[in-house]
Structure formats: structure tokens, C-alpha cells
Design a protein around this ligand. Sequence first.
Ligand SMILES: [Zn+2]
Length: 91
Amino acid sequence: MISQQQDIKKMADNNLICVICSVNYAGYGNDATPVADGYCCDDCNFKVIVARIKETQREAKRAYRVRRDAIFALRRAEENNKRTDEDAMEE
Ligand SMILES: [Zn+2]
């Protein structure tokens, strides 16, 4: 037996019901990723776009931190090498 949830999903796959608000809509629908799996109406697509922008911002921040940490690690390594060279000259 098909559950109501599966039924909604199936209808959504045929671009009939929004997977987010369960409202009937006309047209092709919009990919609801990352908010939901399936297609959504134009009204809900606004929420989807906002969620995608936030996800992109989080990824950009993560990439920035990784790059910054790599630069700091490189600088520390260079400082350590310089100290080792200076110690070698004093001996
Ligand atoms: Zn909707």
C-alpha cells in the first residue's frame, strides 16, 4: 500500500504537488535541493534559493579557514627553519 507521503512524492515527481508546502502548482516546478528531495512550487523556490546562498556562504567560509590555517602553518614552518639556520650559524 502506498503511504500518503509516497503519494505526495510521486505526484511531486510529476510536477503536481510541491514537496515543501504540498500545494498544487502548474509548470515544471523547481529542484527543491537542499531543502527537500523533489520539486517545489515557485513560492517555495524562494526558500530554496535562500538556503542555497547560505550553503554557498558556509562553504566559502570553510574554504577561507582551510586556506588561512595552511598559510599560518607554512609561516610557522618557515620561522622554525629560520631559527634552525640561525642556531647552526652560532655554533
Ligand atoms: Zn511550495
